[in-house]
Design a protein around this ligand. Structure first.
Ligand SMILES: Nc1ncnc2c1ncn2[C@@H]1O[C@H](COP(=O)(O)OP(=O)(O)OP(=O)(O)O)[C@@H](O)[C@H]1O
Ligand SMILES: Nc1nc2c(ncn2[C@@H]2O[C@H](COP(=O)(O)O)[C@@H](O)[C@H]2O)c(=O)[nH]1
Length: 198
């Protein structure tokens, strides 16, 4: 994979919004996606931003629902055209948030949720200072590893890369507005709901 120069951090702030932007981040395998799915089932008024990635689809993943799966060259073209609100490289693949859809839904007054990794979340914090950011922590490193392996979707190499990155990500948890430990699933979900809806 050709390595793109990473975004140097947002230099411009996005316009004030009507709706609100929520960023959910945390290490791979902590349970963000599972929490997000449940949250969307329970609160269909939320708008979930479907990301673009160069990663290959996992078994059962659907293009346009889980991700938009595209080639590296197409991703690089979209970066050059400024189509992403944020983007990052993660474990050998690129991931990005489509700009237009997110801004449109914020403008229409919706709560918009992003589920993204640390570097992208930092870019959003720089360009949307009013965004609410939530960091999901695992109860322990061994439980995190158990969850990634238990998911059974990634190669040993990919798992090692994700666990290595997880240590760096966890060190950055304090940068976020709210930290929630996903030990008991329902308790973590309730905490997110309380933060979002009171
Ligand atoms: N509280 C929990 N207790 C036990 N297992 C959990 C809990 N929350 C999620 N899991 C399980 O952990 C695994 C990883 O969850 P999930 O795929 O949602 O993680 P993720 O943070 O979205 O990962 P990635 O960032 O790599 O997409 C799944 O098998 C999920 O069912
Ligand atoms: N910076 C971004 N990170 C994203 C985006 N969409 C997903 N992600 C994060 O990537 C990792 C790996 O995801 P996986 O599906 O391959 O396990 C995980 O932390 C996601 O939250 C995005 O648009 N931008």
């Amino acid at each position: 994979m050709q390595v793109l120069p990473l975004p140097s951090g947002a230099t411009t702030k996005e316009s004030p919004s009507l709706g609100k932007l929520i960023v959910l981040t945390g290490p791979s395998g902590v349970g963000k996606g599972t929490l997000m799915q449940k949250l969307l089932q329970r609160h269909p008024e939320l708008y979930y931003s479907v990301s673009v990635t160069t990663r290959s689809p996992r078994t059962g993943e659907v293009n346009g629902k889980n991700y938009y799966f595209i080639s590296c060259s197409k991703f690089e073209q979209l970066v050059a055209q400024g189509e992403f609100l944020e983007w990052a490289e993660f474990a050998g693949n690129y991931y990005g948030t489509p700009r237009a859809a997110v801004l449109d839904h914020i403008q229409s007054g919706q709560l918009v949720v992003l589920e993204i990794e640390l570097e992208g979340a930092r870019q959003i914090r720089a360009s949307f200072p009013s965004a609410l950011s939530i960091f999901i922590l695992p109860p322990s490193s061994s439980e995190l590893e158990k969850r990634i392996r238990g998911r059974g979707q990634d190669s040993d190499e990919a798992i090692a890369c994700r666990l290595h990155r997880a240590q760096e990500e966890i060190q950055a948890a304090h940068e976020f507005d709210i930290q929630i430990v996903n030990d008991d699933f329902d308790a973590a979900l309730n905490e997110i709901e309380t933060v979002l809806f009171g």
